[in-house]
Design a protein around this ligand. Structure first.
Ligand code: FDA
Length: 305
């Protein structure tokens, strides 16, 4: 219930004004977000030496074409900067199609595809890749279709599958082919029981079933979880599938279990940190609060102060 309430709050303009206008919240946001500018993200990426990185320019669901264009320019700047700073070898970018206009009422999918294509071109120019995030379940078909189109020209384009969706085992089968980069996460939105498992045990079991398909497949699984049990299971399944440490990677969010991120990298495993930056941190931040009651308690204490 708590998680549902926070996800609902992430869409409320009133809550957004309250939270964004409260300076004491800032240090908590800074735990999860590199800062407002690309230079902040680059500084943090350099500090994360020894770890791989995926930069996310924060922003979601826009119905404003100019805003979508602004997002494309932000990604192009980010990719140029990664190239100039010599970081493109260990840093890629993650993007949300909704921030590129996917939900625009006329030609939204086409506009988002064209925008994503230009970002993929910029990524290819500096020698790195793009991963397309997954949003709520109503967008999955459109997102997977866009990813298929992108992969025709940019085969390294990755995407995300969410284990909590009942359809995802089948999607894992479809996307486990040669060259595919699939990030498997549990899922961060508040989905109805008609399409998603809502019980933690069921989500975890579905995650393991999906992992089995991806590890046995021919693609490159990206295991995005902070859950220690699932990390151990992923390592075991990788071994059973004769995968070496270079044949898959772990991913975690910036600010979540940072010691474990380092520990896995020190054990010779590939670890990528999802590193958000930008000014539109509110919805991302609220989803992170909803994932752990302790985060919310800390946040409420700061707000009360
Ligand atoms: P779970 O929530 O069970 O957490 C396991 C443990 O990890 C917790 O007990 C706690 O110790 C720690 N933990 C988890 N979240 C925490 C937090 N916010 N603060 C502090 N501790 C925390 N989702 C989505 O729908 N679409 C997407 O595109 C992505 N992309 C994505 C990329 C990457 C790299 C990651 C790691 C995650 C995503 N997600 C996502 C989010 C994902 O769906 C999920 O909501 C979170 O990763 C939390 O799930 P866990 O697998 O960590 O398990």
């Amino acid at each position: 219930m708590l998680r549902s309430a926070l996800i609902a709050a992430s869409r409320s303009a009133t809550c957004r004004t309250l939270v964004e206008g409260t300076p004491v919240v800032r240090p908590i946001v800074d735990r999860f977000v590199a800062g407002p500018e690309i230079d902040d993200a680059v500084r943090v990426a350099k500090d994360l030496d020894g770890l791989l990185v995926s930069l996310d320019h924060l922003g979601e669901a826009t119905l404003d074409r100019a805003h979508a264009e602004h997002t494309v320019e932000a990604y192009r700047l980010a990719l140029r900067t990664l190239g100039e700073q010599g970081l493109a070898g260990r840093a890629e970018v993650s993007l949300k199609l909704s921030s590129l206009g996917q939900a625009l009422p006329v030609d939204g999918e086409k506009i988002a595809l064209d925008a994503a294509r230009r970002i993929c071109e910029a990524a290819t120019a500096v020698g790195t890749t793009v991963t397309v995030d997954m949003e709520d379940h109503t967008t999955v078909d459109a997102t997977l279709s866009t990813v298929r189109s992108l992969r025709a020209d940019f085969p390294g384009t990755g995407t995300v599958l969410q284990a909590y969706l009942k359809r995802t085992e089948a999607d894992c089968g479809d996307f486990a082919g040669p060259g595919s980069r699939i990030r498997l996460c549990k899922g961060a939105y508040d989905e109805p029981a008609s399409v998603a498992y809502r019980d933690k045990t069921e989500v975890d079991a579905a995650y393991v079933r999906c992992l089995k398909i991806l590890m046995r497949g021919k693609g490159y699984p990206m295991v995005a979880t902070h859950d220690p049990r699932l990390i151990e299971i992923a390592r075991m399944l990788a071994g059973q599938a004769d995968r070496t440490a270079g044949d898959y990677e772990f991913q975690m969010l910036y600010g979540v279990r940072p010691d474990e991120q380092r520990a896995l990298a020190e054990r010779g495993l590939r670890m990528r940190v999802y590193l958000p930056y930008g000014t539109e941190w509110y919805p991302y931040f609220m989803r992170r609060l909803g994932e752990r009651p302790a985060n919310l308690a800390f946040f409420l204490r700061a707000l009360a102060r």
